[in-house]
Design a protein around this ligand. Structure first.
Ligand code: 13P
Length: 264
C-alpha cells in the first residue's frame, strides 16, 4: 500500500477572537513543532489569519471558504489572491455546514476547488451523508454523487498537473464528514469510517487511476476526540482528521495530533 502523509487540521469554524487565537498558538505550535511526518494545520476565520500565518509558519493555515472568481461583486466572499496575500496554504471547500446553511452545491464546490488548485493552493473538499441518508442505506450513492458532480464541475482534465508537484502533498484532499457525526459526540466507528473511506478510495481509483488515487489523502471528520483518534487513524484508508470541537483547546488538540501521528 502506498504511504500517504497524514494531515490533521483543526476547523475552528466561527470561533475565537484574535487574542484567543494567538494564545492558542503559543501553546499549540511548540507542542507539535517536533511533528515531521505529518501535516498539521488550522482552518480559521479570515480575520484571524493575517497575524498567525507569518508568526506560525510551521503550521499550515487554511481559510474556511474561497470563491472561484478573481474579483468582483461577490459580497462576503474571498478570492484566491486574497488568500495568497496572507500566506494561507489553502481552504476548506463545501463543509456540510455551508452545504446546509449557505446554499453550497456540488457545482459550486467544484468551481471553488478549480480556483484553488489553479492558484497553487490546497483544497480540502468535504463530503458526507446525512443521518437520513445513512439510515436509508443510500450513503454510497450520496458520496458518489458528491464526488462525481463536484469533480466534474472543476472542469479539470489534466489532474496530474492540477495536483501540483509535491508528491506527498497533492493539492486536493478529501474530508469524509458524515453529517450525523459532526458536533454530535457520535463519531463513526472505525469500521464505519474505514468502509466509507475504502468506498471513496475505490471511486477515486476509477476516476483518477490507481497512481493518483493512492496518493490522494482522505481525512475523517466528525466528533474526533482523544478517545477515538488512535483507532480511527490506524485504519488503512484514513489519512488524517478534520477536527472541530476538539481543536479549540490547544493542549487537547496537540495531544490528539501527537496520538494521531503515532499511526502515521
Ligand atoms: P466536530 O469535530 O466538532 O464534530 O466537527 C467536525 C467538523 O465539522 C470538522 O470540519
Amino acid at each position: 500500500m502506498t504511504h500517504r502523509r497524514k494531515i490533521f487540521v483543526g476547523n475552528w469554524k466561527m470561533n475565537k477572537l484574535p487574542q484567543e487565537a494567538q494564545a492558542f498558538c503559543e501553546v499549540f505550535a511548540p507542542a507539535v513543532a517536533a511533528v515531521k511526518n505529518a501535516d498539521v494545520g488550522l482552518a480559521a476565520a479570515a480575520v484571524l489569519i493575517p497575524g498567525l500565518t507569518t508568526r506560525y509558519r510551521g503550521l499550515q493555515w487554511f481559510a474556511q471558504n474561497c470563491h472561484w472568481a478573481a474579483s468582483g461583486a461577490f459580497t462576503g466572499e474571498l478570492s484566491t489572491a486574497m488568500l495568497k496575500s496572507v500566506d494561507v496554504s489553502g481552504s476548506l471547500v463545501a463543509h456540510s455546514e455551508r452545504r446546509q446553511m449557505c446554499g453550497e452545491t456540488n457545482t459550486t464546490a467544484g468551481q471553488r476547488v478549480a480556483a484553488l488548485l489553479g492558484a497553487g493552493l490546497q483544497a480540502i473538499l468535504c463530503i458526507g451523508e446525512t443521518l437520513a441518508e445513512r439510515d436509508s442505506g443510500r450513503w454510497r450513492e450520496v458520496l458518489q454523487e458528491q464526488l462525481e458532480q463536484g469533480l466534474a464541475a472543476t472542469g479539470i482534465k489534466n489532474w496530474s498537473a492540477a495536483l501540483g508537484s509535491d508528491p506527498e502533498r497533492p493539492l486536493l484532499t478529501f474530508a469524509y464528514e458524515p453529517v450525523w457525526a459532526i458536533g454530535t459526540g457520535r463519531a463513526a466507528t472505525s469500521g464505519q469510517a474505514q468502509e466509507a473511506h475504502a468506498f471513496i478510495r475505490g471511486w477515486l481509483i476509477n476516476y483518477f487511476g490507481n497512481d493518483i488515487a493512492q496518493r490522494l489523502r482522505i481525512q475523517y471528520g466528525g466528533s474526533v476526540t482523544l478517545q477515538n483518534v488512535d483507532e480511527l487513524m490506524s485504519m488503512p484508508d484514513i489519512d488524517g482528521a478534520l477536527v472541530g470541537g476538539a481543536s479549540l483547546k490547544p493542549d487537547d488538540f496537540a495531544q490528539l495530533v501527537l496520538r494521531g501521528v503515532r499511526n502515521a
